[in-house]
Design a protein around this ligand. Structure first.
Ligand code: TXA
Ligand code: MG
Length: 341
């Protein structure tokens, strides 16, 4: 398939390109689009055949449901069977933005989207490009992250081209993703509500709006692929570069001593630490600053492959607040391989 690459700089000047991409979607095609979290691979959520193509192209397991993206709250009535008060409060506080809410689905949502569950994941993104394409196409968009299944999510158009060129109709270049990791996923299907996937919007932020919220056990533990779980996406190996990653807990001093005799290994460290180590290093953000880490983590994981790294020892972010989301992604990239010094 011939993939068209379209760069959208400004909504006002690039209306023709927005219309072109919206036509691709309306015609049952696939479009890779920028969002503020990571790039997504999008299709008309009501078009089962188009949605099935997403699974095929990504090599995504069929029991892993997709997020439906809307641009306006009025679109939600077609997608959910009820919209409880706490969902309204979350929407008011965090939409548009990096929060996905799991709700009971309306019949019109195809099984291909919800992977046969009776719930559907909804997000209203903030990025102006995807918002205006939803508006122009007039349909909600089913869109998982635009990586091949198992690879780190794409935070730059280059990553999308590497994974999906020739497999989708159009790839829209909207620059680097602002946040760099995927949205927080919260399920209102359970009491108390549960975070199925941590993100930049934290447990504490959600609690300040709707009261008690808990983490699903899959957030920090390894769920067997065969297990039925409320969070299907969390049981698969994810975000994994080709290199073997091992998370190393403990102070920088201990880390430095530990890796000093690991010849042939690479260190994944915080900014500035690379100067103090003798083995090859790649840094992924400022220590104690989860926002810089989330922005760079996935591109750094891809960079490790480009460098041909085989074994990577990684410094671990503080697993609190937004740092927990970075830790969650690293833990999966490492296949839950951790060392405590
Ligand atoms: O930031 C994001 O969320 C990005 C951008 C493109 O919006 N999208 C994204 O989609 O990360 P994806 O498909 O890579 O991850 C969706 C996650 C998966 O873990 C999936 O299992 C979960 O949401 N999910 C979707 N529908 C669900 C449902 N009905 N119940 C439970 N989990 C669901
Ligand atoms: Mg994904």
């Amino acid at each position: 398939m011939k993939t068209k690459i379209v760069k959208i700089n400004s909504l006002a000047h690039d209306l023709d390109k927005i219309r072109y991409v919206a036509d691709v979607i309306k015609g049952g095609g696939l479009a890779v689009l920028p969002t503020e979290t990571v790039y997504g691979i999008a299709a008309n959520a009501f078009d089962s055949a188009a949605v099935s193509k997403i699974f095929e192209v990504k090599g995504r397991p069929h029991d892993n449901p997709l997020i439906v993206h809307i641009a306006d709250l009025s679109e939600i009535s077609l997608l959910v069977s009820d919209f409880p008060e706490n969902a309204g409060n979350l929407a008011k506080n965090f939409w548009p933005g990096p929060l996905t809410i799991i709700l009971n689905k309306a019949e019109a949502v195809p099984d291909a989207v919800s992977a046969g569950l009776n719930t559907v994941a909804i997000r209203m993104p903030l990025h102006p490009v995807i918002r205006s394409i939803i508006g122009q196409s007039g349909v909600p968009l089913a869109a998982p992250s635009a990586n091949l299944s198992g690879k780190p999510s794409p935070t730059a158009v280059r990553h999308c081209i590497d994974d999906l060129y020739g497999k989708v109709d159009v790839i829209v270049d909207g620059g680097f993703s602002d946040i760099g990791i995927e949205s927080t996923v919260v399920s209102l299907d359970s009491l108390p509500p549960k975070i199925l996937r941590p993100g930049i919007i934290t447990l504490e932020q959600l609690q300040s709006v709707i009261g008690e919220v808990r983490f699903d056990k899959s957030v920090t533990s390894n769920i067997p692929v065969t297990e039925r779980t409320s969070s299907p996406g969390m049981k698969y190996k994810h975000y994994a570069p080709n290199a073997k990653i091992i998370l190393v807990h403990g102070s920088f001093q201990k880390f430095a001593r530990f890796v000093s005799n690991k010849s042939g290994a690479t260190a994944l460290v915080f900014d500035g630490e690379e100067k103090k180590l003798m083995i090859p290093c790649v840094s992924y953000g400022v220590m104690h600053n989860a926002f810089t880490q989330s922005k760079r983590l996935f591109s750094t994981l891809r960079e490790l492959d480009e460098l041909g790294a085989q074994t990577v020892y990684a410094r671990v972010p503080e697993p609190r607040g937004a740092g927990l989301a970075v830790y969650n992604r690293l833990l999966r990239a490492a296949g839950f391989d951790e060392i405590y010094l």
